[in-house]
Design a binder for this molecule. Structure first.
Ligand SMILES: NC(=O)c1ccc[n+]([C@@H]2O[C@H](COP(=O)([O-])OP(=O)(O)OC[C@H]3O[C@@H](n4cnc5c(N)ncnc54)[C@H](OP(=O)(O)O)[C@@H]3O)[C@@H](O)[C@H]2O)c1
Length: 297
């Protein structure tokens, strides 16, 4: 079996590459095309077609996206292209070459006012990113009706720089001792990237066996935490002071961050088997290297 993973240089894509290690797998990158990763601009239909014609994959996973808030504001055209145009072009490419497609979406398609959200709950995104992710879902569905769209909440996992995840950024803030205010209103469900990747692998396996699971699926950890609560959990685990961390409500007050998008992911474990990684057990390994001023060696 052959797989092509678009966005393999990113947080989730790196985990997905490992999860598809039982296949002949090709990963793509854009600005970080080091090592074996192939440089592909996923906003170019020609670049996508060239790669897929060469690799002839059985399955394609799209982990391309622009999820950094600074980019939504600073470069909205590029952010929209990475989130929407790339999704449509990859779906068209997968359809054309006869590959099964797993497309990654986000809990930000919901407004966060009425959790938990089921796959058929009505989306109502509050910000540009959520609207782009929803437009991408529609484009993927139109181009490739058999695709599996997997909505995920905020991810954490092994990072290459602290700002790559909220969790590691918060760990730096706890360790620094400098006064900081963190939102204590918006609840997030940090899910390990390796767990999400394993779900992608199982979804792909099910698609390849011809199982029909519904076009949209949800996966989420169960434990909900605000950014402030994450800071306290980190401080407690590593016996660090936390009196410099204050509870605030800035994210919620901005009006464009959903308060609680808990995804009801009951359908997937039933169909694909459990893949749970508990936050309390997993987070120390992920944050520990980022608790020193210099970061990991
Ligand atoms: N991280 C989360 O908390 C989270 C939560 C829910 C859903 N998601 C979704 O999960 C997916 C993966 O997210 P992530 O966290 O892994 O993001 P990430 O770490 O920022 O990685 C994004 C990937 O997209 C690639 N990319 C960006 N623009 C591209 C372009 N024009 N052409 C080709 N590749 C391009 C990047 O390549 P280079 O880095 O090489 O430029 C990178 O491989 C996205 O769809 C995101 O919306 C993420």
């Amino acid at each position: 079996m052959r797989a092509v993973i678009f966005g393999a240089s990113g947080l989730l894509g790196r985990s997905v590459m490992r999860a598809f290690g039982d296949m002949t797998v090709t990963g793509t990158a854009f600005s970080r095309s080091a090592g074996a990763l192939v440089a592909v601009d996923a906003t170019s239909a020609d670049a996508i077609a060239r790669l897929l014609d060469r690799e002839r994959p059985d399955v394609v996973v799209n982990c391309v996206g622009e999820r950094r808030p600074a980019m939504w504001v600073g470069s909205p055209g590029r952010a929209r292209a990475a989130n929407v145009d790339a999704a449509r072009l990859i779906a068209e490419g997968a359809r054309r070459c006869g590959a099964r497609l797993v497309h990654i979406s986000s809990d930000y398609v919901f407004d966060g006012t009425a959790p938990p959200y089921r796959p058929d709950s009505l989306p109502n995104p509050l910000n540009a990113y959520g609207r782009w992710k929803l437009l991408a879902e529609h484009a993927v569905h139109a181009a490739c009706p058999d695709a599996a769209i997997l909505r995920l909440p905020v991810l954490y996992g092994p990072v290459r720089f602290a700002a790559e995840t909220n969790l590691t950024e918060i760990a730096r803030q706890v360790a620094s001792g400098a006064p900081v205010e963190l939102d204590d209103v918006c609840v997030r469900y940090p899910t390990h990237a390796d767990e999400a990747a394993e779900v992608c692998r199982r979804l792909a396996g099910a698609l390849l066996q011809g199982q029909r699971l519904g076009s949209v699926a949800h996966w989420s950890a169960e434990q909900g935490l605000t950014k402030y609560r994450m800071a306290l959990v980190i401080a407690r685990r590593f016996r660090l002071p936390s009196d410099h961390v204050r509870a605030g409500g800035a994210d919620a007050a901005s009006g464009d961050r959903p308060v609680d998008c808990r995804l009801d992911s009951q359908d997937l474990p039933a169909a694909l088997g459990p893949a749970r990684r508990l936050f309390d057990i997993e987070f120390p390994t992920v944050v520990e290297p980022w608790l020193t001023a210099s970061g990991p060696a």
